[in-house]
Design a binder for this molecule. Structure first.
Ligand SMILES: [Zn+2]
Ligand SMILES: [Zn+2]
Length: 109
C-alpha cells in the first residue's frame, strides 16, 4: 500500500497518473513492453508519452526527450496527440529536404 506522506498530497488525478506510469514502468522492467525508437525521428533514446491515463492502459508512444518536450508544448497550444504526431512528422520531413531543392511534389500516401 502507498501510505507515504507525499502520496496523500497528490490530487486524485495525480495519483491515477502516477499509478499508470508505475504500471507501464513495471511492464517495461519485466520485458513486457520494449522501448522503441522515437516515433518522429527514430532516436533510440526514448521516453514514454502517455496518450491516456486509464487504469492499466498500455496506450503510450515512444518519443525522444526533445520531441517529448515538443509534445507537451504543442499540447498546451490545444493540439490533440494525433495532430501533434502529424505536425512533428511533417516538420522532420521538412528538415530532411535538401536546402534550395525543388519543393517535393509528394503525393501524401
Ligand atoms: Zn525524436
Ligand atoms: Zn508526455
Amino acid at each position: 500500500m502507498k501510505a507515504g506522506g507525499w502520496w496523500n498530497l497528490l490530487t486524485e488525478e495525480q495519483k491515477q497518473k502516477a499509478s499508470v506510469r508505475q504500471y507501464i514502468a513495471n511492464r517495461h522492467r519485466r520485458g513486457l513492453r520494449d522501448r522503441e525508437p522515437c516515433l518522429i525521428c527514430g532516436d533510440p533514446n526514448t521516453v514514454f508519452h502517455h496518450l491516456d491515463y486509464l487504469p492499466r492502459t498500455m496506450n503510450v508512444i515512444d518519443v525522444c526527450v526533445p520531441h517529448h518536450h515538443d509534445f507537451h508544448a504543442l499540447k498546451k497550444e490545444g493540439l490533440t496527440d494525433e495532430q501533434i504526431v502529424a505536425y512533428l512528422l511533417n516538420q522532420s520531413r521538412e528538415r530532411l529536404r535538401p536546402a534550395g531543392g525543388q519543393p517535393a511534389d509528394s503525393p501524401d500516401r
